[in-house]
Design a protein around this ligand. Structure first.
Ligand code: 4NP
Length: 169
């Protein structure tokens, strides 16, 4: 079997959007039996080792996704060597990831960097290049919006990976 294709979903806190994106991508990947691994991280270190926000867990569960075993961590330099693709939930995350990418190139050497960087919504015709809005100070509908957008964007990524023969066993 080939090395798995590795994807890292990134938001600010790693307790609302990126764990939701992680669980949704994992669900579809398992359904299709693809050789793709998914993890998530935050640009901040606000909630180290914390489980996802209770509201994210609750609404994700309504949609059939279990976030309870995920734990928050901050993105680190080595992630740029380990992951093939880093997905930012919004433009602020993207800016932070791009800045870290520059640091990673300097510290690790360009030849060791493999991560492409993109928005979660990069190929999603329904939410094309739109942010997945931060729900942290929001209401139920804001958390549900995260799930709806992540489901839509996850499907778009999976179609793209299948077109490119990525993740075949
Ligand atoms: P996330 O949401 O980036 O989707 O995990 C947030 C979680 C926590 C905070 C902000 C956004 N915070 O300020 O603690």
């Amino acid at each position: 079997m080939h090395q798995p294709y590795r994807v890292l979903c990134v938001c600010l806190g790693n307790i609302c959007r990126s764990p939701t994106a992680e669980a949704i991508l994992k669900h579809h990947i398992a359904d299709l039996g693809l050789n793709i691994e998914v993890d998530s991280a935050g640009t901040s270190n606000y909630h180290p080792n914390k489980a996802p926000d209770r509201r994210s867990q609750k609404y994700a569960k309504h949609y059939g996704y279990d976030l309870s075993k995920l734990r928050a961590r901050q993105i680190h330099i080595d992630d740029f060597a380990k992951f093939d693709l880093i997905l930012a939930m919004d433009d602020e995350n993207l800016k932070e990831i791009n800045a870290l990418h520059q640091v990673a190139k300097k510290q690790l050497g360009t030849e060791h960097i493999k991560a492409d960087i993109a928005l979660m919504s990069q190929w999603d015709a329904l939410f094309l290049k739109q942010a997945v809005p931060d729900p942290y100070y929001g209401e139920q509908e804001d958390f549900e919006r995260v799930i709806v957008q992540c489901e839509s964007s996850a499907k778009a990524w999976i179609m793209r990976w299948q077109q490119q023969n990525i993740g075949l066993k």
